[in-house]
Design a protein around this ligand. Structure first.
Ligand code: GLU
Length: 310
């Protein structure tokens, strides 16, 4: 039997909220309840968005929730070597091409927006004979984009079921390296998931649209495809997804209010089909957890739920 390896992959870009807590608990329960391991990765590559001190806060949040992990945690920013090697491999295979476009140019030239993402219209594909030619002509350094073939991919999600995605139509050729040299999330996720031996990725449904890009990169790099489980997200009373930038229901705030973490874990457990008492530890909910009992709808965490935590 192959070993089950799940993962927690927080981004230290601000305080985690109840939505993150739910996804992390579900990922941990799903792996651990089947005898699997859980690894931790801190997704801190995006220097523009990483907040100082946020990694320590995230670690405290995980501990507060009663979650643990196996082996050393991986900080993406300290493990860029394999990412650079993957980029070199993509270059060598001719899978990526240099792109000189600025964000502004792309926004101006691309009217197509899917899920808040601007489709890249392919401006730089085949534009210059070499990256050096482009740099000479435009006087700036390029990023790199994966050349995406048109067509629909039929993929499978362990929670959502079968789904299709046409990456070329939805987002077009996508970045694997930014113009400032920073490595893109899509590339980092697939390389580091493989490096950490991850066999299953359970995360919020908002990331479902990234999966096809990640599947393509795995194909190009000859990496295994983990099983995905994209679970419903936590929304407020108005149906809006909780967001870091709005400072929604952060775990720091709950800790400061001296909320018992077992009350939050109990709320997550009950909203996930576990028959739990008012307070329960993460480990104690393992026995009653089954992913197929998790409802398919988004869950509301509003003023009422917040007050009920005590
Ligand atoms: N680090 C990402 C986030 O916190 C999750 C990435 C992933 O699960 O693939 O939104």
């Amino acid at each position: 039997m192959t070993e089950i390896v799940g993962r927690l992959a927080p981004s230290p870009t601000g305080a985690l909220h109840v939505g993150h807590a739910r996804s992390f608990l579900l990922a941990w329960w799903h792996a651990r309840s089947r005898g699997g391991r859980v690894v931790l990765r801190i997704e801190d590559l995006d220097r523009e968005r990483v907040k100082p001190g946020a990694t320590d806060l995230v670690l405290r949040d995980l501990e507060w929730l009663g979650l643990d992990w196996d082996g050393p945690m991986l900080r993406q920013s300290e493990d860029e070597e394999p990412l650079r090697a993957a980029v070199a491999e993509l270059l060598e295979r001719g899978s990526v091409y240099p792109c000189f476009c600025t964000r502004r140019e792309i926004a101006l030239s691309a009217p197509h927006v899917t899920d808040g993402e601007v489709r890249y219209p392919g401006t730089c594909r085949g534009r210059f004979a070499s990256a050096a030619d482009g740099e000479r002509e435009l006087g700036r350094a390029p990023g790199l984009r994966l050349a995406v073939e048109p067509g629909e991919l039929a993929l499978e999600d362990g929670f959502v079921g079968p789904f299709t995605s046409d990456v070329e139509r939805e987002v077009g050729d996508f970045q694997v390296q930014r113009r400032d040299g920073a490595l893109a999330y899509q590339l980092a996720v697939v390389v580091h998931d493989a490096r950490q031996g991850v066999t299953e990725v359970l995360r919020g449904r908002d990331l479902l649209s990234s999966s096809a890009r990640q599947w393509l990169l795995q194909e190009h790099l000859g990496l295994p495809h983990p099983t995905w489980y994209h679970v419903p997200v936590v929304v407020d009373e108005g149906g809006a997804r909780l967001a870091k930038r709005r400072g929604d229901a952060t775990l720091v705030e709950l800790r400061e209010r001296r909320v018992d973490p077992r009350a939050l874990v109990a709320w997550v457990a009950r909203s996930s089909g576990v028959n739990a008492p008012d307070r329960i530890g993460a480990r104690d909910a393992l026995e009653g957890f089954r992913l197929d009992a998790v409802p398919k709808e988004d869950v509301v965490f509003g003023a009422r739920e917040r007050a009920a935590l005590g």
